[in-house]
Ligand binder design. Structure first.
Ligand code: FAD
Length: 589
C-alpha cells in the first residue's frame, strides 16, 4: 500500500445500488460535460437492491390518489416523516416508475395490459408495482444497463471507500482502497453522493446481505454530519429462521396468512387492522390483518412468544406463514421466488407445507441527515437511499416505498449534486492528497503492520450483534439499552486489539471485514444512544418503560453527532404540512 495515485471526477457517487445508479444517470444526463465516478465495494449488480422482491409503490390506478399514498406513508411513519418530503416523493414516484419501464424494467401486467399492482402492508389500496417477485433484480438491471449508455460515467468496481476527504469546510473526495491491488488512493470530486445502503448487519438475524454494514453512515458521522432517527430499525415479520432470508411481504399481499403453533390466525387478537367489512371474499379491496404494518406484526410475534404460542426451533422461536390455499398455479406465477427460497433454504415446499418464519432486521429508517434536496450539512456531501434519512419513512417505513425512494431522491440528488459540482472547484489538491496518504498510513499501521493483536473480528462482531438484539431489538428499556451501550463501548476498546490473519494486498477480505466492523461499531452505538434518549414508543421504537407515543416531547427527529466526548443529541421538528398527528388505524379506509 505504498503507492499513491490521485484520481478525479466532477461527481463521485459512492455505491452502485439503486440509489447510486439512479443518481449517476441523473448527473450524467443533466450535463454530459460532467464526469461521474461510481465507486462500489462490490460489482454493482451485487448491491442489495438486487435482492428486493416484493415491489415498489406509486399511484397508478384510477381508484388511488397521491393524497392517499401520502397519508398512508405519514400514518405508517407514526407521524415522524416530514410531510413536505413525503409529498415530493409521492408526486414524483409515478413518473419515475414509468421512466423505469422506458429503460427496460419489465413490470408485471394485468390481463388487459395495464400495470399490475399488489397490496402491501400499511397501504390502504393496491399501489405496489412489481416484476414477479424479483422487482429489485429487474430494476437494478435496467438502471445498470442504462448507466452504460453514458460515456461520462466511469465505474470503480470493487473499490472500498474508507474516508471522506474534507477541506475548506467542503467534502471534496474520498480515500478508497482498490481491492484488487490493495492500494489506497485519493479520488477527488467537487461533489460526493453517499448511496451506500443500510446497516442490518449490526443485528444477528437480518434479511440484509453481508455488505450492508453502514459504511456511508459511519463515514458521514465521522466527518461531523449528524445521523438522524437511528433508533428506528425495522424488523420484517417474515424471515427464515437461521439465515434471515426474506420471505417477501408479497406472499401475504397475495393472500398468505400467519398462524401460531395452535393453528390460530393470531393477528386477529392484535390491534393492527382487522379485515375490511367487505362481504365478497374475492373483493380486490379486501384487507387482511397480515397486511398490518411491519412494526406491529413483529411486536405481535414477541407477544405470542411470551404467551408460549410460538414454536421452538434451533434458531429461536418461529411461527408459520401459510400460502397453501393459494394453490400451485398462483404461487408459481406470483411468488415463484418464495417457493424457490423456501425449498432451498428451509427444505419445504410452500405448495404443500407451512413456512417457518420469525421477525428479522430488515431496514434502517434512520441514516445520514439530509434535507429534502438530499444535501447534508457538509457542503458538497449528499446522501440518498437507505443510507440517508430525508425523512419519508419516519418511525416505520411502509414496504415498497424504499425502492421508489431510491429513484425519486436519486434523480433529485443527482441533479443537485451536478449543480453543486458545476459551481465549485477542488480547492486544495495537495491537502486532499495528504489526507488520503494519512488515511493509507493509518490503515497500514492499525491493521496490516500491527503485531500482538489478540482479538478476533468474528468474536467482536458476534457479541455486537447479540447485544443489539438483546437490548435494542423489537422491545427496549432503559436498562436493556444501557447494557447494550456498555457492551458496545467495551467492544470498541477490544477492537483496538484485533489481529488480522491476512496481511496481503490482493483482495484482503480480512481487512475489509475489519473496516466494516469498525464502521458497524459506530453505527450500532448511534442506534443504542438515540434509542436511550427517546423516552417514548413510536413505530418501530418500542420502549416498554415508556409505552406511549409522546407528541408533546418527541414529535421531532433525533440528530446524533459524534464528538470526542461521546455522542451528542439534538432534536429537529418534524415538518407537518397537512396531516396533524393522529392515531394510526388500519383496516379502515
Ligand atoms: C431482501 C430484501 C428485500 C427487499 N425488498 C424490498 C421491496 O420489495 N420493496 C422495497 O421498496 N424495498 C425492499 N427492500 C429494501 C430496499 O431494497 C433497500 O432499501 C434498497 O435497495 C437500498 O438501496 P441503496 O441503493 O440505498 O443501497 P444498496 O442497494 O444496498 O447499495 C449499496 C451500495 O453501496 C456500496 N458501498 C457500501 N459501502 C461502501 C464502501 N465503503 N465503499 C464503496 N462502496 C460501498 C455497495 O457496494 C453497493 O453498491 C428489500 C431489502 C432486502 C434486504
Amino acid at each position: 500500500m505504498a503507492e499513491y495515485e490521485t484520481l478525479e471526477a466532477d461527481i463521485l457517487v459512492v455505491g452502485g445500488g439503486g440509489a447510486g445508479l439512479r443518481a449517476a444517470i441523473a448527473c450524467a444526463e443533466i450535463d454530459p460535460s460532467l464526469s461521474v465516478a461510481v465507486i462500489s465495494k462490490v460489482y454493482p449488480m451485487r448491491s442489495h437492491t438486487v435482492a428486493a422482491e416484493g415491489g415498489t409503490a406509486a399511484v397508478i390506478k384510477s381508484n388511488d390518489s397521491l393524497e392517499d399514498h401520502a397519508y398512508d406513508t405519514v400514518s405508517g411513519s407514526d407521524w415522524l416523516a416530514d410531510q413536505d418530503a413525503v409529498w415530493a416523493f409521492v408526486k414524483e414516484a409515478p413518473e419515475e416508475l414509468i421512466q423505469m419501464e422506458h429503460w427496460g424494467c419489465p413490470w408485471s401486467r394485468e390481463p388487459d395490459g395495464s400495470v399490475a399492482v399488489r397490496p402491501f402492508g400499511g397501504m390502504k389500496t393496491e399501489r405496489t408495482w412489481f416484476a414477479a417477485d424479483k422487482t429489485g433484480f429487474h430494476m437494478l438491471h435496467a438502471l445498470f444497463q442504462t448507466s452504460l449508455k453514458y460515456d461520462n460515467v466511469t465505474r470503480y468496481d470493487e473499490w472500498f471507500v474508507t474516508k471522506l476527504l474534507v477541506e475548506d469546510g467542503r467534502c471534496q473526495g474520498v480515500a478508497a482502497l482498490e481491492l484488487r491491488t490493495g492500494k489506497l488512493r485519493a479520488i477527488l470530486g467537487k461533489a460526493v453522493i453517499l448511496c451506500t445502503g443500510g446497516a442490518g448487519r449490526i443485528f444477528p438475524f437480518t434479511t440484509n446481505g453481508s455488505i450492508k454494514t453502514g459504511d456511508g453512515m459511519a463515514l458521514a458521522y465521522r466527518a461531523g454530519v449528524a445521523l438522524k432517527d437511528m433508533e428506528f430499525v425495522q424488523y420484517h415479520p417474515t424471515g427464515l429462521p437461521g439465515t434471515g432470508i426474506l420471505i417477501t411481504e408479497a406472499a401475504r399481499g397475495e393472500g398468505g396468512i400467519m398462524v401460531n403453533k395452535h393453528g390460530d390466525r393470531y393477528l386477529q387478537h392484535y390491534d393492527l387492522g382487522k379485515p375490511l367489512d367487505v362481504h365478497d371474499p374475492n373483493h380486490p379491496q379486501l384487507r387482511q390483518m397480515e397486511l398490518g404494518p411491519r412494526d406491529r406484526l413483529s411486536q405481535a410475534f414477541v407477544k405470542e412468544m411470551e404467551k408460549g404460542n410460538t414454536i421452538e426451533g434451533p434458531y429461536g422461536d418461529f411461527i408459520y406463514l401459510d400460502v397453501r390455499h393459494l394453490g400451485e398455479k398462483k404461487i408459481n406465477k406470483k411468488i415463484p421466488f418464495v417457493r424457490e427460497l423456501a425449498k432451498n433454504y428451509a427444505g419445504i415446499d410452500p405448495v404443500h407445507e407451512t413456512i417457518p418464519v420469525r421477525p428479522v432486521v430488515h431496514y434502517m429508517m434512520g441514516g445520514v441527515h439530509t434535507d429534502i434536496e438530499t444535501a447534508t450539512s457538509l457542503p458538497g456531501l449528499f446522501a440518498i437511499g437507505e443510507c440517508a434519512c430525508v425523512s419519508i419513512n419516519g418511525a416505520n417505513r411502509l414496504g415498497s416505498n424504499s425502492l421508489t425512494e431510491l429513484l425519486v431522491f436519486g434523480a433529485r440528488g443527482g441533479k443537485n449534486a451536478a449543480e453543486f459540482a458545476s459551481e465549485n472547484a477542488i480547492s486544495d489538491k495537495r491537502a486532499l492528497e495528504a489526507q488520503a496518504r494519512d488515511e493509507g498510513e493509518r490503515i497500514v499501521r492499525t491493521f496490516i503492520l500491527k503485531q500482538g493483536g489478540t482479538e478476533r473480528i468474528s468474536t467482536i462482531r458476534d457479541q455486537m450483534t447479540k447485544a443489539m438484539e438483546a437490548g435494542a431489538g423489537i422491545y427496549r428499556t432503559e436498562s436493556s439499552l444501557k447494557e447494550t451501550w456498555d457492551t458496545l463501548m467495551r467492544l470498541r476498546e477490544r477492537f483496538e486489539k484485533i489481529a488480522l490473519d491476512d496481511r496481503s494486498n490482493v483482495y484482503n477480505t480480512d481487512l475489509t471485514t475489519a473496516l466494516e466492523l469498525d464502521f458497524m461499531l459506530d453505527v450500532a452505538a448511534s442506534v443504542a444512544f438515540s434509542a436511550l434518549e427517546r423516552k417514548e414508543s413510536r413505530g418501530s421504537h418500542q420502549r416498554t418503560d415508556y409505552p406511549d407515543r409522546d407528541d408533546a416531547k418527541y414529535l421531532n427527529h433525533t440528530l446524533v453527532y459524534r464528538t470526542e466526548a461521546g455522542p451528542r443529541v439534538e432534536y429537529q421538528d418534524v415538518v407537518i404540512t397537512k396531516w396533524p398527528p393522529a392515531e394510526r388505524t388500519y383496516g379502515k379506509k
